[in-house]
Design a protein. Sequence first.
Length: 135
Amino acid sequence: MGTQSKKILLVDDFIPWRQFLRTLLSVTPEWQVCGEAENGIEALAKAEDLHADLVLLDLDLPDLTGIEVANRLRLLAQPPAIVILTADASPDFVKAAMATGALGYLLKSEVVAELLPALKEVFSGKRFISPAIQM
């Protein structure tokens, strides 16, 4: 019974998108959106302050790229799991993102069908890459 809910930090510069993600995640009571960030600097500070278990990270941010943020998140004392959520299906971006240690790579176009299954996989220690991505 006493299992702690998993804390998720949403990182995307588009507020309506973050609100949409928050709504999708609200159906799973064992996961809690602990915060939101609209840029990389804010994401790094909040991931550390809030002790996020997972960061749902866009690649295209106004200050740092998602790749830079993911690399810096790995250096935290308690690094969160990272799931990239982006519109970019380019194999180069997928390889670069997964090389940071990210456990997931989701396409925004597939988020409704894939977000919950992807996070279940990642929280159980497995990797998830959108099936729509052809490597």
